[in-house]
Design a protein around this ligand. Structure first.
Ligand SMILES: NC(=O)C1=CN([C@@H]2O[C@H](COP(=O)(O)OP(=O)(O)OC[C@H]3O[C@@H](n4cnc5c(N)ncnc54)[C@H](O)[C@@H]3O)[C@@H](O)[C@H]2O)C=CC1
Ligand SMILES: O=C(O)[C@@H]1CCC=N1
Length: 285
């Protein structure tokens, strides 16, 4: 299948689907007309149509049927109802081979297989490849990070297709399914940790007397510059930190205070809680 034949249908057109669809278009990987965004919220669809000129639909079944790659992008708690709706309409017995990509946190591939492979022989060609992807919202600005794994019915070319789509939005790491909870805790939720840090820095700068715009400039240019330095220099973060930290100076005073308050431990425990929650989500469905 050539790139121009690919039709991607997103079922669930929320924040993450928008980031991915926006990236596919702005990177030039896909034309707007190759994308359908499906949601139950009409207002959401009219915003997306205006913003990206994509096809929109309120029908999950129609979106599933017409796509060559389906991205399931509803919340984990809504996934069972969606899969059962598709199965009850017989769409899991698809005659057209297509890839199913789910971006839901936590839910294992076996959960999708249990519903979408119901009544289909082990060797049935109708068993569609199912891949799990954990993307993140910086995809929207082509600076995303995605983890990717596939089930036993996924061929190398299915994985290559998924990787090609995801690499237009940023970096992609192929992982085992067992690593997905970790990917979710590091890169899936990771942007929020960073935004939390920015919020704290900006708030503190404001308390020091800077106006909101000034506080934002000071914090954002610094964090952007630090990330760029880290990426471009190839140096270890600890080494770069040492280069800022003069003995007896201001940085040392700040880091000592943060260490005394166990900031690193708070980050570690937060990330472990995210991985735990990812595992728990599979028990809720
Ligand atoms: N937001 C993020 O940073 C990331 C989210 N994810 C995963 O992506 C999925 C979506 O998350 P968000 O986009 O943040 O949520 P969201 O709440 O922004 O979007 C979900 C959308 O699905 C729609 N929806 C619900 N049931 C539907 C149905 N039956 N048919 C069609 N549309 C339906 C809702 O109206 C909503 O617009 C979740 O499973 C989440 O775990 C994964 C990585 C990062
Ligand atoms: O918070 C969540 O559950 C989703 C998955 C990773 C980022 N957002």
């Amino acid at each position: 299948m050539s790139a121009s034949d690919v039709r991607i249908g997103f079922i669930g057109a929320g924040n993450m689907a928008e980031a991915m669809a926006g990236a596919l278009i702005s990177s030039g990987k896909m034309q707007s007309r190759q994308l359908t965004l499906c949601d139950i919220r009409e207002d959401r669809l009219s915003y997306l149509k205006t913003q990206y000129n994509v096809h929109t639909s309120t029908s999950a079944a129609e979106t599933f049927e017409t796509a060559s790659t389906v991205v399931l992008a509803v919340k984990p708690q809504g996934m069972r109802a969606l899969l059962e709706e598709l199965r009850n309409k017989g769409l899991h017995r698809s005659v057209q081979r297509k890839q199913i990509i789910t971006i839901a946190a936590g839910l294992p591939l076996s959960f999708y297989e249990g519903i979408l492979y119901e009544g289909l022989d082990e060797t049935s060609a109708a068993r569609l490849p199912i891949m799990r992807v954990m993307p993140n919202t910086p995809a929207l600005v082509l600076a995303g990070m995605s983890g990717l794994c596939g089930n036993a019915h996924t061929t190398p070319s299915d994985m290559d297709l998924a990787e090609a789509l995801l690499s237009s939005m940023g970096d992609v790491l192929r992982v085992t399914e067992a690593q997905m909870d970790g990917v979710t805790a590091v890169s899936g939720s990771g942007p929020a940790y960073f935004f939390y840090f920015v919020e704290a820095m900006v708030k503190t700068a404001e308390k020091m007397g800077f106006q909101s715009g000034e506080a934002n400039r000071l914090a954002l240019a610094t964090l952007n510059g630090a990330a760029k330095l880290l990426l471009d220099s190839g140096e270890e973060p600890a080494d770069l930190r040492r280069k800022v930290t003069s003995p007896g100076g201001t940085t040392e005073a700040a880091i000592n205070e943060m260490k005394a308050r166990n900031v690193a431990e708070g980050i570690q425990e937060g990330m472990l809680a995210a991985a735990r929650r990812s595992r728990e989500l599979s028990e809720l469905i």
